[in-house]
Design a protein. Structure first.
Length: 142
């Protein structure tokens, strides 16, 4: 189920409308080539397995638009790279063409290099039920 390729996109026009854009930290070609379920770590405390969903999205925060690169999804939330830091418990709206706007509560955000931050947010509405999560993944299939 988790071996297919997922992608998130926004139009070039929307992407260019952002005031800052994220960088993946390494070759974008390598970043976008990875897909499928992420490897599980033996001592992981995660409740759900993450699935790579690489692509471009917009993060809306207090009227500002930032171009972010999504990295993975799970029933709990979405991981992404951001050009600006977000504070834990802060609410942002994530927008991409395959889905309605998603409100995320930031859980983590740390600097990856001088150009960006690795962030993770939980769905504000709580974990997705299995059926809704399956439909969400189907919308992201390439």
């Amino acid at each position: 189920m988790h071996d297919y390729q997922l992608s998130v996109t926004v139009s070039d026009q929307q992407w260019k409308s952002a005031i800052a854009h994220a960088s993946a930290g390494h070759s974008e070609e390598d970043f976008f080539a990875e897909y499928g379920a992420t490897p599980m770590i033996d001592d992981s405390r995660r409740r759900f397995r993450r699935v790579r969903a690489r692509g471009r999205a917009l993060a809306l925060q207090r009227g500002d638009r930032y171009g972010v690169l999504t990295s993975d999804v799970s029933p709990m939330g979405i991981g992404f790279f951001s050009p600006v830091p977000f504070l834990p418990k802060e609410l942002i709206i994530l927008c991409f063409e395959q889905s309605e706007q998603i409100t995320l509560e930031i859980r983590r955000c740390y600097r990856t290099d001088h150009q960006g931050y690795s962030c993770g947010g939980n769905f504000q509405s709580g974990p997705m039920p299995p059926g809704a999560y399956r439909e969400f993944l189907d919308e992201l299939k390439v």
